[in-house]
Design a protein around this ligand. Structure first.
Ligand code: ZN
Length: 225
């Protein structure tokens, strides 16, 4: 497959964007060493851009982001793509509204994943961003569709933009790669604060009606018009 000229510019812009978003993962302390990654769908095309496998964060460049098809096969790039490419490609195939996927092993969220416990919705920021608890997905081994399937099966039953894959870590989605990064940052923040609250006592639940109205306001009204 060859990349035609009209999409080349879109891909070049997206390469810069996806590369730059990786710096947010290190800025917020969500990743160590080469773990974690950001990917983006190339809008209107059966393609995605993702971090190269095993390359350090400070060695990432727009050029070494790897262009793959939605089966995870490399279309353009000198590096092997992230080992999570197959899982993320599965998400893009099954969830057409998703434009970006982020994966981290961020500490607090992954500690909830290790226990297999969803993060309860006891903070307004949890209601705003996730519309309820942050759910737990099944334990799955890397190497086939099972991680992707677990992510999709969990997220379609929830309003959440993040899932804690059991004994593993966070997969966050969004309409854009930037939105997915934000979901990953918020997931860690919510997981950390709820953990702290648990150490101090029993967090108070928020009524479903209030969760619904917080979620609706944040998703549809909040921010600059
Ligand atoms: Zn992982």
């Amino acid at each position: 497959m060859r990349v035609v000229a009209d999409v080349a510019e879109t891909i070049a812009t997206l390469r810069r964007e996806v590369c730059a978003l990786h710096a947010e993962l290190t800025r917020y302390g969500l990743v160590v060493w080469t773990a974690g990654n950001v990917s983006a769908r190339v809008p209107g095309h059966e393609l995605l851009l993702i971090k190269p496998s095993g390359v350090a964060y400070d060695e990432l460049t727009p050029e070494n982001m790897v262009l793959c098809d939605l089966d995870g096969r490399v279309v353009e790039g000198d590096h092997a793509p992230s080992s999570d490419t197959e899982a993320q490609a599965y998400v893009y195939r099954k969830m057409p509204q998703v434009g970006g996927v982020v994966h981290t092993h961020s500490t607090y969220a992954t500690a909830w994943a290790a226990r297999g416990e969803p993060v309860p919705c006891v903070l307004t920021m949890g209601a705003d961003e996730f519309g309820g608890e942050i759910p737990v997905g099944p334990f799955a081994i890397i190497g086939d569709d099972s991680i992707g399937r677990g992510i999709v099966e969990t997220l379609v039953q929830s309003r959440s933009s993040a899932v804690l894959m059991k004994n593993h870590g966070v997969f966050a989605i969004g309409p854009t790669a930037k939105a997915a990064v934000k979901a990953a940052v918020m997931c860690e923040d919510v997981a950390r604060t709820v953990h702290m609250a648990r150490q101090l006592g029993t967090p108070e639940p928020i009524e479903q009606q209030s969760i619904d109205s917080l979620y609706d306001r944040y998703q549809n009204v909040y921010g600059q018009r």
